[in-house]
Structure formats: structure tokens, C-alpha cells
Design a protein around this ligand. Structure first.
Ligand code: VGL
Ligand code: ZN
Length: 240
């Protein structure tokens, strides 16, 4: 079904696990994972323009997490809290106020869903989200489990099929995951299904104002700086 999505303030974009360890060169790399990043950046722009919400989950394991081979789990050690591999890809242009959801932090409990053991459900309720768009890694683990939980919570849930990739430990895992999501009521979309109306209007309307305001703000800052007595900043520091 072709659907034309127009974004609203009650929509949210949830980007799952675009972390260095899940990308080529990382500890648990997903082949071609880097290719969905520009597409996710496109979605980010659209959601920003529509004043919709943007959230990003991250796999955030303690060093002794049950999912690691060293602990008898299925995966090599990856996304260990505070390590470089757990960082979001620097190519992903997350806005400053992105809500970060850290998951799988309990050493004894595997959790692929961004809802499992996190405050994601509360957060979505608090910010009045009605519809959730999900993209990111990995389709057959984090994405499918997150989407199924979202459906269970009653969210209209849309999988961004052009902005998700999976691991396919067994051939067909990703196809199976997509089938399961759809069976459970998730919709599927790609950027082509998005109306550009929200993109074009705000840019044309806000630019002239924005351009006039900036020099004024700068002059204001300069004036305040001039009013400060010479050496006052230094004095405050030595008094502490
Ligand atoms: C994930 C494998 C291992 C995921 C997490 O979130 O998709 N996959 N840990
Ligand atoms: Zn993990």
C-alpha cells in the first residue's frame, strides 16, 4: 500500500543502535551498515523540520554482559559502556536534544528491544507521541523486538525499510523479521512515501526573520561584554 506520510508533532523517529561496533571496522559489524546513515540523516532533517521527536537507542553493555562469548553468550564483546565502539557513528547527525535510550545494561539479562528495561515507554507517553517510525540496526534483533513492543503498547508503528539492515546469522532472518513485524500490524515505508510539504514551507518562512535577528543578537552580546568591568571575570574565578 502506498501511503503519503505527513509528519506531525506527535510523531517520533527512533533510530536504533547506529554505533561504531555495529558498523564496518567494529566488533560486530553489519555489512553495508554505513549505507543507511545518510538515509537516516535525511529522516532526521524531516522530523526536525516537522518539530517531531527524535530518539536514539544504544546497546550499552557492562563488560561482563551475558550476551558476550566470554560469558557463554552468542556474540563477541561489543558496545561496552563508555568504550569507543559503543559511541554513535560520527556520521549520524543527531540533533542536540535527541533523547538517548541505553539498553541491555543489566549484566544478567539480554534485551534487544529498546523498550526492555528502559524508560522509553514512559518517555514516549510524557512527550505525547502517537506514532513511532523505527530505523537502524539490526533489523533481526533490536529493530524487530522494538517494533513488536511498540505494537503491543498500541503505537501506530512504521518500519523505515530503506534505513534498516540486519545481521542474518541464518539466511532469511531479516525477511522473517520483516514478515513478523508486518503480521503484527507494523507499516513499512521509505523516504519516497514522505510528503515534502513540511520541508519546503518552514524554510521559506523562517529564513528572512532568522537573517535579520542574528546581527541584533550579536550586537547585544557585545554590549554586555563591554559593560562588564575590566578584569571582573578573573576576580570571580580567584574568589572561588
Ligand atoms: C543487537 C546483536 C547484539 C541489536 C544487540 O541491538 O540489534 N544485536 N546486540
Ligand atoms: Zn548487544
Amino acid at each position: 500500500m502506498i501511503k503519503n506520510y505527513t509528519l506531525k508533532e506527535t510523531d517520533a523517529l527512533l533510530i536504533t543502535d547506529i554505533q561504531k561496533d555495529f558498523l564496518p571496522g567494529g566488533a560486530l559489524p553489519i555489512e553495508g551498515g554505513e549505507e543507511i546513515i545518510p538515509i537516516l540523516n535525511d529522516y532526521i532533517q524531516r522530523f526536525k523540520t516537522a518539530k517531531a521527536h527524535i530518539l536514539a537507542s544504544r546497546d550499552w553493555h557492562p563488560i561482563n554482559h551475558i550476551s558476550f562469548n566470554t560469558q557463554g553468550g552468542p556474540w563477541p564483546s561489543h558496545c561496552v559502556q563508555e568504550t569507543s565502539g559503543a559511541k554513535f557513528s560520527p556520521d549520524l547527525k543527531l540533533p542536540e536534544h535527541t533523547v538517548i535510550i541505553s539498553k541491555a545494561t543489566d549484566p544478567k539479562h539480554e534485551s534487544y528491544s529498546a523498550f526492555d528495561g528502559t524508560n522509553l515507554a514512559n518517555e514516549l507517553k510524557r512527550i505525547c507521541v502517537k506514532r513511532l517510525f523505527v530505523g537502524g540496526l539490526a533489523t533481526d534483533y533490536c529493530v524487530v523486538n522494538t517494533v513488536l513492543d511498540a505494537r503491543e503498547l498500541g503505537y501506530e508503528t512504521v518500519l523505515l525499510t530503506d534505513a534498516t539492515l540486519g545481521i542474518n546469522v541464518n539466511p532469511g532472518d531479516v525477511d522473517e523479521a520483516i514478515k513478523t513485524m508486518v503480521t503484527n500490524g507494523a507499516e513499512q515505508t521509505t523516504v519516497d512515501d514522505f510528503s515534502d510539504a513540511v520541508d519546503v514551507l518552514p524554510i521559506e518562512e523562517t529564513q528572512p526573520d532568522g537573517l535579520e535577528e542574528k546581527p541584533l543578537q550579536r550586537a547585544e552580546v557585545k554590549k554586555k561584554a563591554r559593560m562588564r568591568p575590566k578584569g571582573s571575570a578573573k576576580r570571580i574565578r580567584t574568589e572561588r
